[in-house]
Ligand binder design. Structure first.
Ligand SMILES: Nc1nc2c([nH]c(=O)n2[C@@H]2O[C@H](COP(=O)(O)OP(=O)(O)OP(=O)(O)O)[C@@H](O)[C@H]2O)c(=O)[nH]1
Length: 129
């Protein structure tokens, strides 16, 4: 499974996390906004679409910088997930799909339980921010 994810970073260097709603797999875990690619989409197009759909945030490919990626074997699928970082976006994120949103400092990321695939991404963000 290919998923594009984004660390949205605000002016205070905080990262936006979204908590998965109770009715979904991995409910309650905190994740980076993003989602699966649709046929024919580039990762950047998928992310721009997902940020708009999930958070009413608008950005553009030039504002999405590749940061790192996750490659993780879940029991039922293998996830390959590029993680972008974005500091330049329009709009204040609002929850459009029932997720709880939280701006989190890099040093506090470990306080938010995340999907297994995300564990190696945390130190990369902590080093950067
Ligand atoms: N967006 C996002 N997805 C992640 C992260 N870590 C991680 O393992 N995933 C997994 O990647 C997949 C993302 O798919 P998705 O968001 O498009 O779809 P979903 O499972 O929420 O449900 P849906 O198919 O009903 O939209 C899920 O299996 C999710 O658990 C992350 O940090 N951000």
């Amino acid at each position: 499974m290919l998923v594009a994810a984004c660390a949205l970073v605000d002016r205070e260097n905080r990262i936006l996390l979204a908590q998965r709603p109770p009715d979904k797999a991995m409910a309650g875990l905190w994740e980076f906004p993003g989602g699966k690619f649709e046929p024919g989409e580039t990762p950047e197009q998928a992310l721009i679409r997902e940020l708009e759909e999930e958070l009413a945030v608008r950005t553009q490919a030039a504002c999405l910088a590749p940061l790192t990626f996750a490659s993780h074997a879940y029991a039922d699928f293998h996830l390959l997930m590029p993680l972008y970082i974005c500091r330049k976006f329009d709009g204040i994120p609002v929850s459009r799909e029932g997720q709880t949103l939280k701006w989190v400092r890099a040093r506090d990321l470990r306080d938010y339980p995340m999907p297994e695939a995300d564990a190696p991404l945390v130190p990369v963000l902590q080093d950067l921010l």
